[in-house]
Write a protein that binds this ligand. Structure first.
Ligand code: NAP
Ligand code: MG
Length: 488
């Protein structure tokens, strides 16, 4: 069935050793550009493997937390250097495993390096406040303490950046980690963990166990040895994890879906709005949680915007992400392909007008790949499923409105609230949007999909558990505050 002659088997990483699962079972990771190519095999682990990883983490954390922040930071600086030196090795796995273009994959790996360096520096920054006591002979201050063992459950769409933006802050603040990566990108995850291993991180501080979400993911959330759980992925799974964590009284953090709008005002700069809508909506094949999905356009600019957008969409080259000529790679899996195509069908049945795309790309050389055309609908109404549900693919839904007030109302008419953009040159429009848009990330004259590692990231409404990741905000989840009172 496979065209590869040699397929590497990737192992779990437990207590500083690469180990096969006691189940003896593996699963294959496939290339979405050519589903006959097997990238590697990974362990289908059991609850026993997970127990072993949690015990190792628990033992290691007791020493790890006693190191100074600088000492922990020095390890992260080393991991950053190793990852930087292996950029192509890691990025190639990413492109071949989930499809995003090699340029994007290298960019994401560079971001991983930058995140590691940012959090390495956090080891030297203040962690608390001195608070004046009413007792003149006392010193009162806050300090922070790590949670203990943190379970990290990650999706396939940013298989390097997301694990790192969770693991790096977990580690710098003195926690040990058990990572359960997405099965669709288990090989990329193993290559990231290799960098931590090569940098000489003490054994047990970081562990990785691969396997099914329901066994290893749910197992982590329910494990009595796990003291905190951080998750990025779908709403259904996130809620389950949240419930399990709540039952055990542990801290949890969920980053989930989005249905991100852009508003294009009559006074917008047309080319900027068009280019940012395309980039925000279709880069990474529309599979970013912050991807633009609803495009709400004021009537005065609507026809010009639509015309220019369609011209530009027609120029998009779809193909294998390892080829320089490809602007858009495949969707990440057969599941994703089925999902996107089913939403195209739903959109048509609901009465939206398909302006462009909507099909699987089926030229001879791409026949084993999960390639779909960039897709644009218009006449999308707010009650349609394609206006309400996350599609997670290269599909844009155009909606025409009379006024900016109407645009904002539509933009907020969603259960999600992750990111949102407005394109306008009017300061009143900008300020109104910043004030009234219900999203964790609001962007003016910039695409919905930009995230900077030094700034807080997270959603409102159903998009998150209302915590924030990245930047200084990460300390809030990965530590507990301890208030200290010392009397002379
Ligand atoms: P997913 O199906 O929820 O999977 C996410 C992770 O959870 C994977 O590691 C998965 O393992 C695991 N998992 C699956 N079932 C589980 C269970 N019953 N208990 C515990 N863990 C379980 O999501 P996905 O399809 O990988 O990712 C796409 C979703 O992520 C989209 O909804 C997207 O919006 C969201 N996302 C959000 C953000 C954000 O920051 N807000 C960022 C990126 C993506 P397996 O792979 O083995 O199934
Ligand atoms: Mg795959």
């Amino acid at each position: 069935m496979t065209t590869n002659t040699e397929v590497q088997t990737y192992l779990n990483y437990i207590n500083g050793e690469w180990k096969a699962s006691d189940t003896g079972k593996t699963s294959e990771s496939l290339n979405p550009s050519n589903s006959e190519e097997v990238l590697g095999k990974f362990q289908m682990s059991s609850a026993n493997d997970l127990d072993e990883a949690v015990s190792a983490a628990s033992a290691a954390q007791k020493k790890w937390r006693k190191l100074s922040g600088k000492e922990r930071g020095d390890f992260l600086f080393k991991v950053a250097d190793v990852l930087e030196s292996k950029t192509e090795y890691v990025a190639e796995a990413m492109t071949k495993e989930m499809g995003k273009t090699f340029a994007e994959a290298k960019g994401e790996t560079a971001r991983g390096v930058a995140i590691l360096r940012y959090y390495a520096g956090e080891g030297m920054r203040p962690v608390g406040d001195v608070i004046p006591s009413t007792d003149s002979e006392a010193l009162m201050f806050t300090t922070r303490t790590p949670l203990g063992v943190v379970g990290v459950i990650t999706p396939w769409n940013f298989p390097v950046a997301i694990p790192i933006w969770k693991m790096a802050p977990a580690l710098i603040y003195g926690n040990a980690v058990v990572l359960k990566p997405a099965s669709d990108t288990a090989v990329t995850a193993a290559r990231v963990v290799e960098c931590f291993a090569e940098a000489g991180l003490p054994e047990g501080v970081l562990n990785m166990v691969t396997g099914s979400g329901s066994v290893i993911g749910q197992g982590l959330a329910e494990h009595p040895g796990v003291n905190g759980i951080t998750f990025t992925g779908s709403n259904t799974v996130g809620k389950q994890i949240g419930r399990a964590a709540l039952d055990r009284g542990i801290k949890y953090q969920l980053e989930m879906g989005g249905k991100n709008p852009v508003i294009v005002a009559d006074d917008a700069e047309l080319d900027l709005a068009v280019n940012a809508t395309i980039s925000g909506g279709l880069k990474s094949t529309g599979q970013k949680c912050t991807a633009t999905s609803r495009v709400i356009v004021q009537k005065g600019i609507y026809d010009k915007f639509k015309e220019r957008l369609l011209e530009k969409v027609a120029e998009i080259t779809v193909g294998n992400g390892m080829e320089n000529s490809s602007w858009m790679g495949p969707v990440a899996s057969e599941n994703q392909l089925d999902n996107v195509l089913s939403y195209v069908k739903i959109g048509k049945e609901e009465g939206a007008k398909l302006l462009y795309g909507g099909n699987r790309v089926s030229e001879e050389e791409t026949k084993n790949g999960y390639f779909v055309e960039p897709t644009v609908f218009e006449d999308v109404t707010p009650d349609m499923r394609i206006a309400r549900e996350e599609i997670f693919g290269p599909v844009l839904a155009l909606m025409k409105v009379d006024t900016i007030e109407e645009a904002l109302e539509l933009a907020n008419d969603s259960e999600y609230g992750l990111s949102a953009s407005i394109f306008t040159t009017n300061i009143g429009n900008m300020l109104g949007f910043i004030d009234d848009m219900e999203a964790g990330l609001v962007r003016v004259n910039a695409e919905s999909a930009g995230v900077e590692l030094q700034a807080p990231f997270g959603g409102m409404k159903q998009s998150s558990s209302h915590s924030r990741e990245q930047g200084r905000a990460a300390i809030e989840f990965f530590t507990s505050i301890k208030t200290v009172f010392v009397k002379k």
